[in-house]
Structure formats: structure tokens, C-alpha cells
Design a protein around this ligand. Structure first.
Ligand code: UD1
Ligand code: CA
Length: 454
């Protein structure tokens, strides 16, 4: 049985009040449409076809591999499917239709609709739910044998129909040939002048086709996201699911309600995440790490046994056993080797610190490479920028950099060097040397006494 999914996503989403098209808004760090795509892929749907219209370029920029058709004018949900007609080829047995703005649907629910649809040999299977306030949704109308006979849209409903609480979620599975036949027979003779896909149901009912409805118990799954208020609710729901999944896989969350861990983040066993931590983008964290409060980690790779305290890490790589913070900042393209320690108020940018490097306090390391076991004293600064260009600082292995040193790049310090505290290093330093550049200290005897006697 071959199934094709049609994802309707041509609409603008006016209520979002945004310059961005609706389905590109992110839910827990992933655009709605991307979330739906990954659910469909996981449920094993062989073919997906997107109906795009409004700002399709923005969608295709990120999802260039999407198969799609363009619905230039949005004349209704049935019209959207009609646009795709030529692509619903004879090898396809069933068509699953859903909307691009329902990212909370679960893989299990998709599998359930498809499974039931096939095992009951239905012409159409509709996913429905009940809302206390069904306003705005299509109502599921049943006959006295409890068979679905129609879906009636809000605008077309009389007062009796409006009282029906069972609604159409907009997710259905059709037999291909029944869908195509029904589409031929849908007009736009209604109050909105639109081609309603929901009219397919009354048509198929009159033909005595098997129409089945499946109720989704947890109705948040079928919530359509139309506003930024709903966007926040959806993010909260997905965040909750993500946190639970992480804990089930062995991660410890001290307080799941205050951590923000986006959809694509991977975390390994026994890592502990403290309250108020944000982990975003394509981040991977290994085993037995401790991520303490007020840290933000973005698009980075962190290996095992790392401790991060109240620090910010962006687009960087951190090896085993690193300790960092509080208040350290790794800016993009930085790499910390095994057991590196960077402490309070240390900023690292586009630099590589080899295994065992230590920079405990108040330091800026930019565009630098620092060899194994080198110790960087407090207040060390790489002067990497002359106002126009950036220059490199190279420091070898086992170097001891005294406090308050300035390296005026480009400069190269070989292995096993000592730099005297307070030096401004402008020239390269050879292996095994001591380099020191600072004013000689003067002492004027009894200067204070003379000053006081005046
Ligand atoms: C639709 C259903 C309604 C159901 C509700 C569930 C119809 C006529 N009504 O109503 O029964 O209860 O969804 O949320 O189908 N779209 C296109 N092209 C179009 C029109 C719509 O791609 O020409 C897309 C939209 O971008 C959106 C989806 O289809 O993703 C649903 O369209 P929308 O206008 O929101 O339908 P509803 O009025 O909510
Ligand atoms: Ca809608």
C-alpha cells in the first residue's frame, strides 16, 4: 500500500502578524513545517508533496529537497488538492492530507489513522476531536447509525449544527480514486466562495462509501497554530515532550520547567542540566556532564565529563574533562582540548586551546593557537585587531604567561617560554627563553615624608 502525504501550506497566516510566512515560524527551535516533515518521515510515509504559495521561496531556501506544487491563488482546501492532482499518480493507493500548521500531531496518531483506514478498507478516514468551544471548525455530522455523513463549515452551519462539538481536525486519509472522484464534484457554491475539501465527505456519503472517523483523545495534538499565542503553547508542548524524552534516555533535569532544550539537541546519559539552562540548535552533549544554571549553549559539540558553569558557548567544540566558568564566553569557532580550564570572565574567540591549557581569570584570547599545558595568567589579552585586520597569536606548549600580558599580534611564542607579568609582547620569542618587557621599578626613598611635610 503506497501512501502519499499532501501538506497544505499555501496560506499566508494573516493572524500571525508577521512578515514571515506562517509555517516557517519555529516551535521549540524548528519551523512548523520542518517538524511535520520529520514526523511524516518517521511514520514511514514514502512520498510527501507540499502545496506551497505564500512566500514559498523562504520555505524552499531552507527545505530545498521538498517536493512541491504551487497554488498561486488560494481558492480553498479542495482547490489546493486539485493543484496537486497531476502528481497523485496511479501507483499511489491512499492520500494522507494534513495542514502545515499542526506541528503537534504525533507519529503514533498518523500511524493509527493509516492503519485503521487500511484495515477497514475505508474510502476516507477523518481524524476528529471534541472541543468545548468548536467555533471556527468544520462540524462532524453523523446519522442515527453514527456514520459520518458530512462536514459542515462554521459559515455554512445552522444553529443545530453549530452545537456539535465533534470537529474536523483537517487531517484525513483518502483512497486515491475516491479523492479524485470527489474533487471533480466539489464547487465553490458557498458563503466564502471557496472550494471546500470537506465537501468531499457529503459526496462520498451519498455514494455509500465507507467513511470512518477516529477520535484523537488529546486534542492539543491537532491544534492549528494561527497566532503567536498559539505558537507559544505549541513550543511549550514540544519542549515538555523533548524534556521527557531526554529524561527517558538517561539525562537528569533538575527542573524540567525552566530548561529550554530545542528539538535537535542530543544529550547523553547521566548529564545533569540545572535550572535556567538554554541549549539550542544542533548541539550535542556527551555523558556525565554538568551544565549549571544560566548557561546558554548554541550549535556546539561538548564531549564527556565537562562542567559548564553560567557560561555561553556558541558554535564551538569542547573536549572531555573541560571545566568552564562561571561567566566564561566561547565565541564561534573555538576549540578547547581535553581538560582545559577557562575560568571567570574569560572570552575565547576563533581560537584553539590544546589539551590542559589553563586560563583562570579575566582574559581575552582571540585568533590564537595555544599549545598543551600552557598557563595563561590573569588579565592576559591578545591584541588581535588593528582596527582593520585581525592577526594571529601563536603560543607553544608549556608556556607560562605572567599576569597582565598583552600579545600584540601577529606574534609567535615558542615552547617552554616564560613571559614576565605585565609584559607587552610585540616580538616573537624563542624556545626556552624568558621574555619580559616592562618599565623598571624605581623607588624614591622618603618621598612620602617629604610630601607630608610641605
Ligand atoms: C479547515 C477545514 C475545517 C477544519 C479546519 C481544521 C476546510 C474547508 N475546512 O478550515 O473543516 O475544521 O481546517 O483546522 O477545509 N490552504 C491552502 N490553500 C488554500 C486554502 C488553505 O494551502 O487555498 C491551507 C492553509 O495554508 C492551511 C490549511 O490549508 O494550512 C487550512 O486552511 P484554513 O483556511 O486555515 O482552513 P480552516 O478555515 O481552518
Ligand atoms: Ca486553520
Amino acid at each position: 500500500m503506497k501512501i502519499m502525504a499532501l501538506i497544505l501550506a499555501a496560506g499566508k497566516g494573516t493572524r500571525m502578524k508577521s512578515s514571515k510566512t506562517k509555517v516557517m515560524h519555529e516551535v521549540n527551535g524548528i519551523p512548523m513545517i520542518g517538524k511535520i516533515d520529520s514526523i511524516l518521515t518517521k511514520s514511514g510515509i514514502e512520498e510527501k508533496l507540499y502545496i506551497l504559495g505564500h512566500k514559498k521561496e523562504d520555505i524552499l531556501l531552507k527545505y530545498s529537497d521538498f517536493s512541491y506544487v504551487v497554488q498561486e491563488e488560494q481558492l480553498g482546501t479542495a482547490h489546493a488538492v486539485m493543484v496537486a492532482r497531476g502528481r497523485i499518480t496511479c501507483d499511489i493507493d491512499n492520500v494522507l492530507i494534513l495542514c502545515g500548521d499542526t506541528p503537534l500531531i504525533r507519529e503514533e496518531t498518523i500511524n493509527k489513522i493509516i492503519g485503521n483506514h487500511i484495515s477497514n478498507n475505508s474510502s476516507v478516514t477523518i481524524l476528529t476531536t471534541e472541543f468545548d468551544n468548536p467555533f471556527g471548525y468544520g462540524r462532524i455530522v453523523k446519522n442515527d447509525k453514527n456514520n459520518v455523513i458530512a462536514i459542515v463549515e462554521e459559515q455554512e452551519a445552522d444553529n443545530e449544527t453549530k452545537k456539535i462539538k465533534e470537529i474536523n481536525t483537517g487531517i484525513y486519509c483518502f483512497k486515491r480514486e475516491k479523492l479524485l472522484e470527489a474533487l471533480e464534484n466539489i464547487d465553490n457554491n458557498n458563503s466564502k466562495g471557496e472550494y471546500y475539501l470537506t465537501d468531499a465527505i457529503a459526496y462520498l456519503s451519498k455514494k455509500n462509501e465507507i467513511i470512518q472517523s477516529i477520535n484523537v483523545e488529546n486534542n492539543i495534538e491537532v491544534m492549528g497554530i494561527n497566532t503567536k499565542v498559539e505558537l507559544e503553547i505549541a513550543t511549550r508542548e514540544l519542549r515538555e515532550r523533548k524534556n521527557i524524552e531526554l529524561m527517558q534516555n538517561g539525562v537528569i533535569l533538575i527542573d524540567k520547567n525552566t530548561v529550554y532544550i530545542e528539538e535537535n539537541v542530543i544529550i547523553d546519559e547521566d548529564t545533569i542540566i540545572y535550572p535556567n539552562v538554554t541549549i539550542i540548535g544542533n548541539t550535542e552533549i556527551g555523558k556525565n556532564c554538568k551544565i549549571l544554571s544560566n548557561s546558554r549553549i548554541e550549535n556546539s559539540i561538548i564531549k564527556d565529563n565537562v562542567k559548564i558553569d553560567a557560561s555561553v558557548i556558541e558554535d564551538s567544540i569542547i573536549d572531555d574533562g573541560v571545566t568552564m566558568g562561571p561567566f566564561a564566553h566561547l565565541r564561534p569557532k573555538s576549540e578547547l582540548g581535553k581538560n582545559v580550564h577557562i575560568g571567570n570572565f574569560v572570552e575565547v574567540k576563533k581560537s584553539k586551546l590544546e589539551d590542559g591549557v589553563k586560563a583562570g581569570h579575566l582574559t581575552y584570547i582571540g585568533d590564537a593557537v595555544i599549545g598543551e599545558k600552557t598557563n595563561i595568567g590573569a588579565g592576559t589579552i591578545t591584541c588581535n585587531y588593528d582596527g582593520k585586520n585581525k592577526f594571529q597569536t601563536k603560543i607553544g606548549k608549556n608556556v607560562f604567561v605572567g599576569s597582565n600580558t598583552k600579545f600584540v599580534a601577529p606574534v609567535n611564542i615558542e615552547n617552554n617560554v616564560y613571559i614576565g607579568a605585565g609584559s607587552t609582547i610585540t616580538k616573537d620569542v624563542n624556545e626556552n627563553s624568558l621574555a619580559i618587557s616592562r618599565e623598571k621599578q624605581v623607588e624614591i626613598k622618603n618621598w612620602v615624608l617629604r610630601k607630608q611635610s610641605k
